[in-house]
Design a protein around this ligand. Sequence first.
Ligand SMILES: NC(=O)c1ccc[n+]([C@@H]2O[C@H](COP(=O)([O-])OP(=O)(O)OC[C@H]3O[C@@H](n4cnc5c(N)ncnc54)[C@H](O)[C@@H]3O)[C@@H](O)[C@H]2O)c1
Length: 325
Amino acid sequence: MVTSHRSRVVVVGTGSVGSAVAGAIVLQGLCDELVLINHNPDKAEGLAMDLMDGSEFIGRFVSIRRGDWSDCRDADVVIVTAGPKPKPGETRFQELGAAIDIVDPILRAITRSGFNGILIMVSNPVDVMSWFAWRRTGLPRAQVLGSGTALDTSRMKAIIGEITRLDPRMVSGYVIGEHGESQFVPWSTVSFIGKSFTQYLQDNRERYEGVTTEVIEERTRERGMAIKALRGGTSQGIAATVAGLTRTILWNERRVIPVSTLIDGEYEYDEHDVFLSLPVALDADGVGDFVDLHLTGDELAKFHESARVVREHCVLIADRLRCQS
Ligand SMILES: NC(=O)c1ccc[n+]([C@@H]2O[C@H](COP(=O)([O-])OP(=O)(O)OC[C@H]3O[C@@H](n4cnc5c(N)ncnc54)[C@H](O)[C@@H]3O)[C@@H](O)[C@H]2O)c1
């Protein structure tokens, strides 16, 4: 008799991001069952049918259906992508008021279902939403994370790949801190084809005229806005990123990825009660060990600035946590 556990992923919100995340999960055959929840059930039903129609041509059969909150109870991973449609030119923090009105009832419903798996927050501002989700659900810290700067890290690597015309995966390093304006690259920790990236740039000054770490960092920070200006929103990069996080968790890969996680006095970071991205080992239990990056003084100052900005916005919505119903 086959006794293996059937893996279930629930995606909440089936707009641009939710649809792309669902598609990436199905195309990679990451789970046995994908359940879609939307406040307009027809949208979830339509997406489920649309995705199922490709079954003949994908590597592995995934059962896909519209669901409801009770489906969260036995889910391994729940991914929250619901939120207001981001407007071109609007910062992630400008979405906060509208986002929390949408996300708080969703988190209450997930909690009421008895969910005890890994919760991945994608809705922006994602660090604030992840902190709120951790507090609202009462789940252990390992079980709540935000996609955070996993996407920005992939963007930074993609930009280096575009400049050098080499595979972006040759870059080892991270964007850390807030998924937003105060994010930064601790260049002292970034390496590329066997040497520090700053050394690589120095050695190839003539070939990459005008390219500096500052230019790469700024292009990384602006990448989301640039895509929004060109096509109205981002969805494919974040979808690949969230599918990557889901795979690492479901397949117990223990990949080290920067995700938004509770910082509570680890190493030199010296911050408490705030969600920010740092590289962590991800596996079937969720967020595991932190990596001690040994940041320089300047880099630590930037990390604290990210913490200040995120905390300032958490304060604005903390009152909601008093309301339990
Ligand atoms: N973390 C990241 O890197 C990242 C990247 C891109 C987008 N996002 C965020 O993802 C979210 C969704 O963006 P999008 O482009 O898919 O927007 P969208 O408008 O296309 O989709 C939003 C989804 O939220 C749902 N929704 C809206 N109001 C709701 C309500 N009251 N209750 C339940 N569900 C509701 C909609 O039905 C829709 O499915 C936004 O918060 C956006 O900022 C995050």
